[in-house]
Design a protein around this ligand. Structure first.
Ligand code: NAP
Length: 291
C-alpha cells in the first residue's frame, strides 16, 4: 500500500502484542521490541520484525508506540531508544501513565524532537486483539500518521485536545478506570457476600439481568470468579493496582477525596499479597477472604 507506515511497538505484553498485530494486519511495517524477548518472538509469525534493542526497533520508524507497564518504564525505554529515534517521528504513548507521567514524557519527547501524542486506550485483551479499542488522544488531530495508527488499533478515537503535553487524555483515562474499578470490586464483593450468606449467585444475576442495575462488566468479571478462571488475565491485578494508585494520587493532588478508590486500591494490594497479582483484576474478589 502506498500509505504504508513503519511503526515501532515498544512493549509486547497483553495489549502491545495485540496492537502490533493489528498494525501489521492494516498493512503497516511493524518492528517490535520487548524486554523479555520471548514474549515478542511469536509476533514474527505475523510478519512483524522482532528487534533486539529499543534503538534497533525505532530505527527509521514514522511512529513509535509505547505500551509498557508505567511511566517510569516508558522513560527508561525511550532513553534506550534514543540513538535510533528520528526527529519528527510521532510518539504515540499508550501506556497508562497518569497526567503527571504524561507531562513528564511530553518533556522527553521535546528533548528527542518527537511529536507527542498522549494516547491511553480503553478496552482490554479481547477488544485489543479485535482492533476495537477506544483511543483517548491528545495531540494534533489532523496528523495523518497518528490517525492511521489509531485506526489500526481501535474502533473509535476520542480527541481530548490538541496538546499532548496537557495530559487531557490521561486525565480522562483515569476517570474511566475509576469506573472500571468500582464495577470490578463491586461484583467481587457481591459474589463474596452471596457466598458468605449462602445465596446462589445465579439468583443475583437473574435479579439484575436486563434491568437498570445490569452491567456487562458484572457478567464478564463475575463469570471469571464463578468459573474459577481469574487466571485468564485480561487486565492484570498488579497493573490495576498501579492504575488505582495513579487515581488515588491524582485525586489527592486535586483536593478530591475518593473513599471507594482508596478502598479498592487496598483490595488490589491485599489480593496481590495473597499471590493473585498476575491474575485478572477480577481476583480482587479474594481480598474478601483470609487465605
Ligand atoms: P503487561 O501484559 O503486563 O505488559 C507490560 C509490558 O511492560 C511488558 O512488555 C513488560 O515487559 C513491560 N515492562 C514492564 N516494566 C518494564 C521496564 N522497566 N522496562 C521495560 N519494559 C517493561 O500489561 P498490559 O496489560 O499489556 O498493559 C500495558 C499498559 O496498558 C499498562 O500501562 C496498563 O495499565 C495499560 N492498559 C491495560 C489494559 C488491559 O486491560 N490489560 C487496558 C488498557 C490499558 P516484560 O514482558 O519483560 O515483563
Amino acid at each position: 500500500m502506498s500509505d504504508q507506515l513503519h511503526v515501532a511497538v515498544l512493549g509486547t505484553g497483553i495489549m502491545g502484542a495485540a496492537m502490533a498485530r493489528n498494525l501489521a494486519r492494516a498493512g503497516h511495517r511493524v518492528t517490535a521490541w520487548n524486554r523479555s524477548r520471548d514474549k515478542a518472538e511469536p509476533l514474527a509469525a505475523d510478519g512483524i520484525a522482532v528487534a533486539g534493542t529499543p534503538a534497533e526497533a525505532v530505527e527509521g520508524a514514522d511512529a513509535v508506540l509505547t505500551m509498557l507497564y508505567d511511566g517510569a518504564a516508558v522513560a527508561e525505554v525511550i532513553a534506550q531508544a534514543a540513538p535510533g529515534l528520528a526527529p519528527g517521528a510521532r510518539w504515540i504513548q499508550s501506556t497508562t501513565a497518569g497526567p503527571d507521567g504524561a507531562a513528564a514524557l511530553a518533556a522527553l519527547a521535546d528533548e528527542h524532537g518527537l511529536l507527542y501524542f498522549d494516547a491511553p486506550v480503553l478496552g482490554t485483551r479481547a477488544p485489543a486483539e479485535a482492533g476495537q479499542l477506544t483511543v483517548l488522544a491528545s495531540g494534533p488531530a489532523d496528523d495523518p500518521v497518528a490517525t492511521a495508527v489509531f485506526d489500526a488499533v481501535g474502533a473509535r478515537t476520542v480527541w481530548t485536545g490538541a496538546e499532548g503535553r496537557d495530559g487531557a487524555a490521561s486525565r480522562l483515562k483515569l476517570v474511566a478506570n475509576s469506573w472500571v474499578f468500582v464495577l470490578t470490586h463491586g461484583i467481587g464483593e457481591v459474589l463474596a457476600l452471596a457466598e458468605g450468606l449462602g445465596v446462589d449467585p445465579k439468583g443475583f444475576f437473574d435479579l439484575i439481568s436486563g434491568g437498570p442495575l445490569d452491567a456487562g462488566y458484572a457478567h464478564a468479571k463475575g463469570g471469571l470468579i464463578l468459573e474459577g478462571a481469574t487466571g485468564n488475565t485480561s487486565f492484570g491485578l498488579d497493573t490495576a493496582l498501579k492504575d488505582a494508585r495513579l487515581i488515588v494520587e491524582a485525586a489527592r493532588a486535586s483536593g478530591v477525596r475518593l473513599d471507594l478508590a482508596e478502598a479498592g486500591a487496598e483490595r488490589f494490594r491485599r489480593a496481590s499479597g495473597q499471590g493473585h497479582g498476575d491474575e485478572d483484576m477480577a481476583a480482587s474478589y479474594f481480598a474478601s477472604f483470609e487465605e
